[in-house]
Write a protein that binds this ligand. Structure first.
Ligand code: CP
Length: 304
């Protein structure tokens, strides 16, 4: 297996299959009374987060602990980053303490790639700007595979703020590698120019786009990455691109709904949809933990 996990772009479909199969096996550990295996005993894993996170950081930490590794969490806001230390200096100083892996989330695309070249420890991308979020895409693949029994041939509709979404990018790459058809839908201002070159279908009409979907993945409007002016108001965005029970009537009865979280309830997804029978949102979180155990296993511990 490779040293780092920086993006879905680098993985072959076989590597993705192996990671998903490993994650399926690791799920059982979290259902035991004693939720622990010795796989990573003696290993040290650092979570280095320059952006807020609930799901990714917690699940990487729990994954490491369930595999008996020692874990340390560093938030940029409470580290020497606020005194002006550069990312590279931070990485080199952490490297001097000989960790085995660094999980990094950073607002700049390519930040994990840069430190991966500089340090011996494995680097795992926990989300870099609007570029990639590979562990989220693997969690989403596992969630769909579990429910549908396959990925190949499914129609996956990814809806909303495609332009600012690392989840969209990683999921487009992941689902396409595994043989699915991917359609993106959103307002023209939030669909990047030339996205068809990634091999996706493009739609600007949510009601039309979801009619034949097997999976609908709603995305959060990323106001923190937007410089403004992408749509007139949140109210109008919600009316046109928010998924509610009325719009869902046009979808197939066996459709499933994903959202990577955090959810803007009542904006891109209505509470009745997020909490309703088609929603797999919490399954994504459960699977996220198993996927992160599988990532650690292949980068640090295990043999195929
Ligand atoms: N999906 C996701 O990355 O969530 P967090 O920002 O809470 O980690």
């Amino acid at each position: 297996m490779r040293k780092d996990l920086l993006g879905i772009k680098d993985l072959s479909s076989r590597e993705i299959e192996v990671l998903l199969e490993t994650a399926e096996r690791f799920k059982e550990v979290s259902e035991r009374e004693i939720k622990k295996v010795p796989t990573l005993r003696g290993k040290t894993i650092i979570n280095l987060f320059y952006e807020p996170s609930t799901r990714t950081r917690t699940s990487f930490e729990i994954a490491a602990k369930r595999m008996s590794a020692d874990t340390i969490n560093i938030s940029a806001s409470s580290s020497s980053v606020v005194k002006g230390e550069t990312l590279l200096d931070t990485a080199r100083n952490l490297e001097a303490m000989n960790p085995d892996a660094v999980v990094i989330r950073h607002p700049f695309p390519g930040a994990p790639h840069m430190i991966a070249k500089e340090i011996k420890a494995s680097v795992i991308n926990g989300g870099d700007g609007a570029h990639e979020h590979p562990s989220q895409a693997l969690s989403d693949l596992l969630t769909v595979k579990e429910k549908k029994g396959r990925i190949e041939g499914l129609l996956i509709v990814i809806a909303g703020d495609i332009a600012h979404s690392r989840v969209a990018r990683s999921n487009i790459l992941a689902f396409k590698k595994m043989g699915a058809v991917v359609r993106v839908v959103g307002p023209p201002t939030l669909i990047p120019y030339g996205i068809e070159d990634m091999g996706v279908e493009v739609s600007y009409d949510l009601g039309e786009a979801i009619k034949d979907a097997d999976v609908i993945m709603m995305l959060r409007i990323q106001l923190e990455r937007q410089k403004g002016g992408f749509f007139p108001s949140l109210r109008e965005y919600s009316a046109l691109y928010g998924l509610n029970l009325e719009k869902l009537k046009s979808a197939r009865r066996d459709v499933v709904i994903l959202h990577p979280g955090p959810i803007n309830r009542g904006i891109e997804i209505a509470p009745e949809v997020a909490d309703g029978p088609y929603s797999l949102i919490l399954n994504q979180v459960t699977n996220g933990l198993a996927v992160r155990m599988a990532i650690f296993y292949h980068l640090l511990g295990g043999k195929e």
